[in-house]
Design a protein. Structure first.
Length: 330
């Protein structure tokens, strides 16, 4: 099956890039209110799985046990960019939960944001695992296994932690375990793939936790959504879509690598999951803004923030208009 085109990029009115994809929008009854492309094709969550991966940590009350601040707690769901406030929170978190850096399996890294990376290198600081984009998630995993007195090979699919996460993904996405596709994420831990439709269902429950039967899981999901809204700058950073969306307390949102993005609207009880098959993240703000507009979303400030991140006008390095982007979400 050929995936439909969802966006075209033009340079001087000549097509330069064509992006195929799939989009699924559902309501509180899990009914599809908009779709484009194959929404039953298994799609890896990538980092959009972080809110689900953090549920075991919140269920075990590790936040309260270690007296973590909001910034430190938000790191469990973050794809942090290495700003100074990220670095300070990461090191403080590691100190509080007494994590040894070489226990993290994620690679050593410099800050991802260019300005922070330059300042970091100028300060003669070295790459370190604590600065990896997924370090907060890994520290949460290690805190969990320490408190549960489990083996530290938390990255094995057979590990009790990963099996618990698999069960959570199956339950929240309403996907039978045997239908969930497994893989290894960029940071080295298991990542799961479910149909976009089911991915949207899992995010709907972050906007509408009453759908969750298990009280401990429901409480954890409530806490996770709140902490993401309380500290949106921790989840990504300035000039990134996750932070721009999470500034709106009516939205819970998280993106992943290779073009996957999920968000849900609390008041409207609507959930969206999308995948850009070229893997680009640059189109996310335009696509999400267009979908929110189609839904007649009333908080136009949120939509304006998205367009401030990415315009349909393509500029060259000198700021001169050289092309444009056309979405195809009809």
């Amino acid at each position: 099956m050929t995936s439909p085109v969802i966006a075209r990029e033009f340079r001087n009115n000549t097509i330069e890039n064509i992006h195929q994809g799939a989009v699924c929008v559902i309501d509180q009854h899990k009914q599809i209110i908009y779709q484009k492309g194959d929404i039953q094709k298994p799609t890896f969550y990538r980092s959009a799985m972080k809110p689900l991966q953090s549920i075991p940590i919140f269920k075990r009350k590790l936040v309260e046990q270690y007296h973590l601040t909001g910034e430190e707690t938000a790191l469990f769901t973050a794809s942090q960019r290495g700003e100074l406030y990220h670095e300070e929170a990461l090191l403080s978190l590691a100190n509080k939960i007494r994590i040894v850096e070489d226990k993290l399996i994620c690679n050593e890294s410099y800050p991802l944001n260019e300005g922070s990376k330059i300042a970091y290198i100028k300060s003669n600081k070295q790459k370190r695992a604590f600065l990896h984009n997924c370090a907060g998630k890994h520290m949460g995993f290690l805190a969990y296994v320490k408190e549960q007195q489990l083996d530290e090979n938390y990255y094995d699919l057979s590990h009790p932690l990963q099996q618990e996460i698999l069960s959570i993904v199956a339950t929240l996405s309403e996907t039978p375990k045997h239908d969930i596709v497994t893989g290894i994420d960029g940071c080295g831990v298991p990542v799961f793939a479910v149909p976009l439709y089911n991915m949207a269902i899992s995010y709907l429950k972050f906007a509408y936790p009453s759908m969750i039967r298990d009280e401990e899981t429901k409480d954890a999901v409530n806490q996770i959504a709140q902490i993401m809204n309380d500290f949106p700058h921790i989840i990504a950073s300035h000039r990134f879509i996750c932070t721009a969306l999470l500034m709106d307390r009516n939205i819970v949102a998280k993106g992943g690598a290779q073009g996957v993005y999920c968000l849900a609207l609390k008041k409207e009880k609507v959930s969206i999951a999308l995948k850009v098959y070229s893997g680009t993240e640059l189109l996310w703000p335009l696509i999400v803004a267009e979908l929110l507009t189609k839904l007649n979303y009333t908080n136009t400030k949120t939509i304006d923030r998205l367009y401030a991140l990415r315009s349909s006008v393509i500029l060259n390095d000198h700021g001169k208009e050289v092309g444009h982007i056309e979405l195809d979400l009809n």
